[in-house]
Design a protein around this ligand. Sequence first.
Ligand code: PYC
Length: 315
Amino acid sequence: MPRIRVIDTHTGGEPTRVVVASPIDLGQGSMSERRDLFAAQFDDYRKAIVCEPRGSDVMVGALLLPPENPASMAGVIFFNNVGCLGMCGHGTIGVAIALQHMERVSTGIHQIDTPVGPVQFELLGGNRVRIQNVPSYRYRAAVPVRLPSGQTLHGDIAWGGNWFFICQDHGLAVELRALGELQRVTSEIRQSLQANDICGEDGGEIDHIELIGPPNSIVRADARNYVMCPGAAYDRSPCGTGTSAKVACLAADGKLAPGQIHRQESIVGSLFEATYTLADDGRVLPCITGAAYVNGEADLILDANDPFCMGISAI
Ligand code: PYC
């Protein structure tokens, strides 16, 4: 029976299942070509790895591959319960800790290739990892969206490795006790963006919705977020690509200087620290620091007699 070797980690409560050995062969093309091949020909593997009964809607997969660039030590394709992600910040921190667990990396700066560009990570000790994400930027500010419920909200459209709609005037408590309302409003925002053809600069779908609120304690954090991911699950971590997009907006508003720390808290209370440097083209290069832990190592077994061998999925 085919087997898939995985290392499970979590970053601030958000799981990453790192695929370290599998029958998936995507050849030697660019990372975006390999991502497209994975989506076209291996979608049943995606479901087998991250969907129920082996995974859950919250699980993010990270398929380790040979690098595209000679300077990189690996390539990675991130995916979830509904498809592939461009980049994944909590996932990159999880991959770094899994690589350390496998003794494939030690201290120093390492580069990995993703479908949206190379990213770097540095092991800081004590399970902490700093990543430098792809160049990030705000595309449009204060875009109005009218929700099916009649309410009009505003948000910034920003790139942090995925497209985000970042909204602050939602009026909701960014607290676990308000999960139902947070889920409803973020789903309505997403529907409204789709219905009105509001996209990222490259026409890319805005598939991450981020609601910002005040932190529980200003001693610990600068802001708190709720991030709805493409498959409608919410990110338990502060979302690395979402924090990158938020940092790009703060920089564009003149509210965060290069090198200044922004502490982003998730809805479950986990924390990322973010800073940025400026790239030549005016975009920001976000650095995100967080901690991940290995919490499992397993062989997934693909038993052809199992009616749910390739996962349970509506799409
Ligand atoms: O940390 O970038 C992130 C992320 C994206 C989706 C879930 N987590």
